[in-house]
Design a protein around this ligand. Structure first.
Ligand code: AHG
Length: 338
């Protein structure tokens, strides 16, 4: 067989299973099932208006946000795909108040799956990249009907995490704890093909991603950090910085995975009751795992995201992630301030 033959996701997973003891057939099946669901979501997203899937669904989620039709559809696709394989003990979704048990007619497995079925949903109607983010945990021993408390495990216990980005190409980015790898959907073959193995985020960068419209609501260390970047060559870094903000975390994180950068969604006074905008279990933890496996860093501004002990399924956290040197500086400024 030619050594340059493309490596499919299926072959990649089989080879990872052979190389690493903790990867078993159930975990392999789980990833394949999530990837298949992402293909279905990708098809629905690409149809857009032709599929009648744009616009609001007329419902709200547990976060109090208006759900888009594609949020609801993507959630259903992921739930249905993962119900019958026997690999899961339960699912939790950003779009549902409570965890979803596996129906009694199907066998149950040892994994818990958490997902944000369609991240960046404000971008759906304007044809800008959106994505799916997922995280895989082990179900605690002896638990057959997992409740919220069983999902509330620190991100450091994740056994896998990934995201799909529905952009000009559909990509699947995956970590099983041995590097971060990128697969591109070959639409003719209908399968994900490994296109970048073991991506590395450069430690230094000249690019940052933040919603600058919230600047007046930030804490002093955030103001200090961004002021320095905006000072460019005459600031302490002695270099100019560029800014990018897609408002789809998947797209912003994917850019950082590709060419470096720092992504920040800090706490702000606009809604001081919330500890941040992004959700720990569905966004921050899986992205932190992916970024760390690519040599980057991910903190809350005070500590490592993966060390946060969750207290609620839908809790929010501030997020600082990407190129290690910049995450270190931003985190040090917050710690110095306390
Ligand atoms: P949602 O999926 O509810 O649209 O949230 C998107 C998230 C994340 O993907 C993105 O980085 C951030 O919210 C954008 O926030 P702003 O609207 O403040 O720009």
């Amino acid at each position: 067989m030619s050594p340059t033959r493309p490596i499919s996701l299926t072959r990649f997973l089989i080879e990872e299973q052979r190389a690493h003891q903790h990867i078993n057939a159930d975990l392999r099946l789980l990833i394949e099932v999530v990837a298949r669901a992402c293909k279905s979501i990708s098809i629905a997203v690409a149809k857009g208006d032709l599929g009648g899937v744009l616009g609001e669904a007329g419902s709200g989620n547990v976060q109090g946000e208006a759900q888009q039709k594609l949020d609801v559809l993507s959630n259903e696709i992921l739930l249905e795909a993962n119900a019958w394989g026997g690999h899961l003990a339960g699912c939790a979704s950003e779009e549902m108040d409570d965890p979803q048990p596996i129906p009694d007619v199907y066998p149950k497995g040892n994994y818990l799956l958490l997902f944000d079925p369609l991240d960046g949903s404000s971008n759906i109607d304007v044809n800008i990249s959106v994505g799916t983010i997922f995280s895989v945990l082990r179900c605690p021993d002896g638990v057959t009907e997992p409740k919220a408390e069983h999902f509330c495990q620190p991100g450091s216990t994740q056994v896998a995490a990934g995201y799909a980005v529905y952009g000009p190409s559909t990509l699947l980015v995956l970590t099983l704890g041995h590097g971060t790898h990128v697969f591109t959907l070959d639409r003719e073959l209908g399968s994900f093909v490994l296109t970048r193995r073991d991506v590395r985020i450069p430690a230094q960068t000249r690019e940052f991603a933040i919603n600058m419209s919230n600047q007046r609501h930030w804490e002093a260390p955030m103001q200090r950090y961004i002021d320095e970047l905006l000072a460019g060559k005459s600031g302490p870094r002695g270099k100019d910085f560029n800014m990018r903000w897609v408002a789809s975390m998947v797209a912003d994180v994917h850019r950082i995975l590709t060419r470096g950068g720092i992504f920040i969604y800090p706490w702000d006074r606009k809604d001081a009751s919330k500890p941040g905008k992004l959700r720990l279990m569905y966004e921050a933890n899986p992205m932190a795992f992916i970024v760390e496996q690519a040599g980057g860093k991910a903190t809350t501004g005070r500590g490592r995201i993966l060390d946060v002990q969750p207290t609620a399924l839908h809790q929010r956290v501030p997020v600082f992630l990407g190129s290690a040197d910049e995450v270190d500086v931003a985190t040090a400024y917050h710690r110095d301030h306390d």
